[in-house]
Design a protein around this ligand. Sequence first.
Ligand code: ADP
Ligand code: MG
Ligand code: MG
Length: 252
Amino acid sequence: APLLEIKDLHAEIAGGRKIINGMNLTINPGEVHAIMGPNGAGKSTLSYVLSGKPGYEITGGEVIFRGVNLLDLSPDERAAQGLFLCFQYPLEIPGVSNMAFLHTAVNSQRKKRGEVELTSPELVRKVRELGKTLGIDADMLKRPVNVGFSGGEKKRNETLQMMLLEPYFCVLDEADSGLDIDALKVVSNGVNALRSPERSMLVITHYQRLLDYIVPDVVHVFNAGRIVHTGGKELALELEATGYAQYQSEAA
Ligand code: ADP
Ligand code: MG
Ligand code: MG
């Protein structure tokens, strides 16, 4: 069975414009899909709608994830079901240390799944191990979540959260924005280390560059709130050369 099925999804900004416009997408376990599209196409809105962020209204369709309609679940329940989103602009949480945040996040998910919670020493050991592979030191783990972090540090921090939570499905929205090449490699290596036959990913990006590092199985062109064209990984290179304009007419 597919891991995720988006069926004729329609969504708008509450009290505002319609942004997602009859979107269909099927992702099988283990697959990495890329969504590429121009600015303003609705890519980030799609990731917000999948996460359950308030302020969006679903006006049609469904999202079946591991056998349940994701849209019926609270954001917490979605996460416990194994959904993880890396946002274009990661949240800052003043007053909460990174380590404390990770501890709460992991154990609240384990609790919801009926799993044994991690003890403090277990968590600290795990976080330090993963942190090492991402260039995250003890100081960064003590600091408040993302506060004063550089763009690269925020992305590495999100990758740490993702590696720790071991989700079934990861959505990465513009994971390369604000990253220099070294940080891009660290984050991509972390993401690639998570690739497995049970886990799928949706990589949203404006530029082809990221897809040199996270090589997708399938590439979709997204425009005006829906997928207008689908191809293999070579489509990303083609788009880099030709731009998105040719697929606007195909959608219309
Ligand atoms: P993308 O990520 O593809 O660049 P977005 O999903 O961010 O696109 O935005 C899609 C459209 O919705 C854009 O025209 C944007 O201006 C508009 N939009 C996004 N968020 C809001 C909001 N909170 N209020 C009004 N318009 C919004
Ligand atoms: Mg944008
Ligand atoms: Mg965006």
